[in-house]
Design a protein around this ligand. Structure first.
Ligand SMILES: Cc1cc2nc3c(=O)[nH]c(=O)nc-3n(C[C@H](O)[C@H](O)[C@H](O)COP(=O)(O)O)c2cc1C
Length: 192
């Protein structure tokens, strides 16, 4: 599907960057808007053969109603992303405000250095996807597409299949509550 670019006035010298039109992007305003959104945090897990990992993710959302689809944006710097690209199914676990410690493990440590699953209790779910026992609100999903541009995250589109949710799942752990965490990999890192 071709989508018209509203910025494109046909000038062949225009590469589409709005800052070229003397309209500098206001990064502080953009940050304030994102702070308003304050997303709930999830942990995405994946396995490929003997390799398994998981990482904390704030970029995620349902992205289609019929058929149901979900999107997670995975940093090109992460080991988890490497494994996600090498497998067919992945797990998405929703954190509550009691799960800061798990957010710290999955967001501040990298599987390049530690086996995060050695610190927690986990169970192999459908298709061998590692599921985290202390995070019962979760789904296992099938990967349907990966979208990539020059940005530092990949958009991974998935179909939720095996879905578990408590009747009262609790209050979400929001991005604002994990602002103290330092990511195990900064998004500008690139894997060799
Ligand atoms: C608050 C916060 C939000 C994050 N959001 C994302 C995200 O949306 N997508 C992503 O791929 N990584 C995200 N990360 C980074 C990874 O969770 C982190 O780099 C992790 O240590 C990677 O582990 P891995 O190398 O074992 O995959 C986030 C980290 C933090 C602390």
């Amino acid at each position: 599907m071709a989508i018209d670019d509203p910025q494109d006035d046909g000038d062949p010298r225009d590469d589409g960057d709005p800052r070229d039109d003397g309209d500098p992007r206001d990064d502080d305003a953009f940050e304030r808007l994102n702070e308003m959104a304050d997303p709930a945090m999830v942990v995405v897990t994946a396995r490929s053969g003997e390799r398994r990992d998981g990482c904390l993710v704030g970029f995620h959302s349902q992205c289609s109603i019929e058929p149901v689809r979900y999107a997670v944006w995975m940093s090109k710097a992460n080991l988890t992303t490497e494994i996600v690209l090498d497998c067919t199914h992945l797990g998405v676990h929703f954190l509550t405000d009691a799960d800061h410690e798990l957010a710290d493990l999955f967001g501040s440590e990298t599987g390049d250095q530690v086996d995060k699953f050695s610190f927690i209790s986990s169970t192999d779910g459908p298709h061998g996807v590692p599921t985290i026992d202390d995070l019962p609100n979760r789904f296992v999903a099938r990967r349907t597409a990966v979208l990539e541009d020059e940005s530092d995250h990949l958009c991974v589109i998935i179909e939720p299949l095996d879905i578990r949710a408590a009747d009262s799942p609790g209050s979400p752990l929001r991005l604002s509550a994990v602002a103290d965490l330092q990511p195990g990999h900064v998004a500008t890192d690139r894997r060799d």
